[in-house]
Design a binder for this molecule. Structure first.
Ligand code: HEM
Length: 497
């Protein structure tokens, strides 16, 4: 009895102490992050009253940035400086790159899922992986391998799937199809593994389900009012944190299985990224981390770019016809794409893709953390520890950057005498220009071109939605809330416009 009483007394003491520590932490956090700020912008943010006038948070930010004389704003309660000023973007991503790392808050959020993978580290581990990965991705053989995978997946899965839907006349969620397509492609490229997600008759592989859950729940961590919330839930293994742990455990088991099988079967002549890395790295956890980062970076971004492209196509038939006409001229009336190099000749298609991502960038905003007090080129003072965000979505909607027709979808703005030309990348930071530019840019453009051309040449795709402006779900990559429902009709003569 006495033992029980002292035990319950001890529990009481423990509970009170933990509560005290937690409350102290929360109070300190609230004090530090100025959660009570009463300025108009913070008020609008805290009460979500921006949603009375705007469909999406990014549209409200775009409005604020357009109105700001130096195209930079500060949200006090988030300790976040947001900029749409190309000079600031160049400064943080190139000129003073070392002062704007991803930082600890970001790597803590994605750390359990991505470990020490390239996407989630700074300094030496980042430099090492970047060098190794660039050497591989720049090889002609790797590009041809990626082209083969994407072409095969398109010809043998995507087109047959849409053909069968066109016969049943069902409504299809194109966004979901693109997510499955890009997951199959990036898994084959990175692991040499085929999860067969595009085969709708099969249940989604455990790997795909776990990967989806882990990326969603990791992104949700970033949305909690304070990191303390998810950290405490993780410590106590509760709710979404419990689910996250289970999905990461599953990914770990499957990734290790792939590595062990590759070791047994020999990896010296295999073409996938993992086998290439295995030739110079032994550590299994490190190998797992590197490849998982590629999967995350290359999966939803491509699906997102394809979704908004096809949404725009449904209302810009003139652009669709111009893409088809160019394809007939460059490839011939009945021929598909034959090589990575041949794509360079499709200038109008490239212009349409760049224009679509100008208005609908797959990564709408991207943040770094300021390491030492600094002043941005537009005069904004940035205190150490401040989150600094550049905002490609807003930048695509600013007249001073793109002219008075900035809200219009006009591929022609990327063409000079019919030839595609690149703009200042800091005006268009869709692939994060500067020292940490996206490593999969060329692969992504290839994937987009193959899919867009094949689908437009085989099918007439009509959206089955009522919305005029897409609404996005919160997350790391732009995703249409409710997907992109479409009806598909096979063209009578393949490749006709
Ligand atoms: C349209 C498609 C894509 C877009 C818009 C895009 C955009 C981006 C952006 C904005 C970043 C910077 C993220 C950050 O540091 O916070 C990034 C990084 C990265 N991307 Fe992409 N990406 C795309 C496709 C791909 C693909 C297909 C791959 C893989 C083959 C890939 C591999 C990477 C990697 C490895 C990084 C990290 C680079 C580093 O930290 O040094 N991306 N990408």
């Amino acid at each position: 009895m006495e033992v029980e009483a002292s035990y319950s007394g001890f529990l009481q003491f423990l509970y009170t102490s933990v509560s005290f520590i937690v409350l102290t932490f929360i109070s300190l956090y609230l004090l530090r992050s100025k959660l009570w700020c009463n300025c108009e912008i913070c008020n609008t943010y805290l009460t979500s009253s921006w949603s009375l006038k705007f469909h999406n948070l990014c549209d409200w930010y775009a409005h604020l940035l357009r109105e700001s004389p130096n195209k930079t704003i500060h949200i006090h309660v988030l300790r976040n400086t947001i900029t749409a000023n190309p000079e600031n973007v160049e400064y943080m991503l190139k000129t003073n790159f070392d002062n704007y790392p991803k930082g600890k808050p970001f790597s803590a959020i994605l750390g359990d899922f991505l470990g020490q993978g390239i996407f989630n580290v700074d300094g030496h581990p980042w430099r090492f992986q970047r060098k190794m990965a660039s050497l591989e991705l720049d090889k002609h053989s790797v590009r041809s391998y990626a082209f083969e995978i994407v072409n095969h997946e398109t010809e043998n899965r995507l087109i047959p799937l849409l053909s069968s839907v066109s016969r049943t006349k069902d409504v299809l969620d194109l966004q979901d199809v693109f997510k499955r397509f890009s997951f199959d492609s990036i898994c084959k490229f990175s692991f040499g593994l085929d999860p067969m997600c595009l085969d709708l008759s099969r249940p989604l592989s455990e790997f795909a389900v776990s990967f989806d859950l882990a990326s969603r729940l990791s992104a949700e961590r970033a949305m909690t009012a304070s990191p303390l919330v998810w950290k405490i839930k993780r410590m106590l293994n509760l709710g979404s944190e419990k689910q996250l742990k289970e999905s990461i455990d599953m990914i770990d088991v499957l990734a290790r299985e792939v590595i062990v099988t590759k070791r047994l079967m020999g990896f010296s002549s295999q073409k996938d990224l993992l086998s290439r890395f295995m030739r110079s790295i032994d550590d299994e956890t490190y190998l797992r981390d590197i490849v998982i980062s590629f999967l995350l970076a290359g999966r939803d971004t491509v699906a997102s770019a394809l979704t908004s492209f096809f949404w725009l196509m449904a209302t810009h038939r003139v652009v669709e016809s111009a893409i088809l006409a160019e394809a007939v001229k460059v490839l011939g009336p009945n021929e598909g794409l034959r090589s990575f190099e041949q794509m360079q000749e499709l200038h109008y298609l490239q212009a349409a893709i760049f224009e679509s991502m100008r208005l609908y960038p797959p990564v709408q905003f991207d943040s770094k953390f300021c390491d030492r007090d600094d002043v941005l080129p537009d005069g904004t003072f940035v205190k150490k520890g401040t989150r600094v965000t550049y905002h490609p979505y807003a930048m695509g909607r600013i007249q001073e950057i793109w002219g008075p027709d900035c809200m219009e979808f006009k591929p022609e703005r990327w063409l000079k005498d019919g030839v595609f030309f690149t703009e200042n990348p800091f005006k268009y930071p869709v692939f994060q220009p500067g020292l940490r530019v996206c490593l999969g840019k060329e692969m992504a453009l290839m994937e987009l071109k193959v899919v867009i051309l094949s689908l437009l040449r085989h099918f007439n795709i009509q959206t089955a939605t009522q919305f005029n402006v897409p609404q996005f779900s919160p997350g790391l990559t732009a995703t249409f809330r409710g997907g992109l429902p479409v009806r598909v009709k096979e063209r009578k003569t393949p490749f006709s416009s």
